[in-house]
Design a protein around this ligand. Sequence first.
Ligand SMILES: CC(C)(COP(=O)(O)OP(=O)(O)OC[C@H]1O[C@@H](n2cnc3c(N)ncnc32)[C@H](O)[C@@H]1OP(=O)(O)O)[C@@H](O)C(=O)NCCC(=O)NCCS
Length: 213
Amino acid sequence: MSSIASCWVKIAAVLLYSYSSRKRKEFRHRHSDRSRWNRKLLRSGIIGEHSYVVPGSTIVDSRSRIGKFCSIAKNVSIGTTMHPVHALTTHPVSYSGEDGDLTIPPENRVNFQNKQPVFIGNDVWIGLNVVIMDGVTIGDGAIIGAGAVVTRDIPPYAIALGIPARVVKYRFDENTIARLLKTRWWDRPPEVIRQLPMGNIPASLEILEKLDS
Ligand SMILES: CC(C)(COP(=O)(O)OP(=O)(O)OC[C@H]1O[C@@H](n2cnc3c(N)ncnc32)[C@H](O)[C@@H]1OP(=O)(O)O)[C@@H](O)C(=O)NCCC(=O)NCCS
């Protein structure tokens, strides 16, 4: 084989190898547990576009809703169930009425909802090992620090930490937050989001507000 021909064979082999390894990587990503579960959550309307929940986390009540562009780390419990605190027993038999050979007659059961949906806005980041109690609402743009236990609603763009989670600061000043909430950038089409300089909030707001004017 001439040296030119062997050079072409080598180039073709390199191109073929890089193409097939890219395809293998794409295949692995599409079929990983992480993306399979998230596609299922997206199809069922529980999470919005571009949001992800790392497997190992749980969404207890399927009526819960998570907006777009949310990042939910591993080991997050969303909508941790409750047991009745003021009944004779906190055991679920107090409201379900059935456990093994024990049946509690309906008139002696307590009326109790053990879970309530959780509502998480858009662009919310929830750190590792967070517990979110049932019925809580977390506003757009909020951050929940690793290890927090969220027992109350968290306002938009707040950074909340600790047990119980307390707001320690906000991501931006009040005026910027109000403007960001008004733009609802997360609902914009990809061609608009692509134009936004992610590190420059005033410039992003200017672009979005100009589009609206
Ligand atoms: C909440 C978080 C974003 C705060 O980041 P930040 O704004 O840069 O805050 P800082 O690092 O400046 O810390 C501010 C204060 O809060 C404390 N703090 C930070 N994270 C904390 C947490 N998760 N719980 C309790 N306190 C925390 C810091 O020690 C510091 O205290 P100090 O002022 O007494 O020194 C970050 O600490 C966090 O928890 N990120 C989640 C990481 C994670 O879970 N990743 C998983 C993969 S997605």
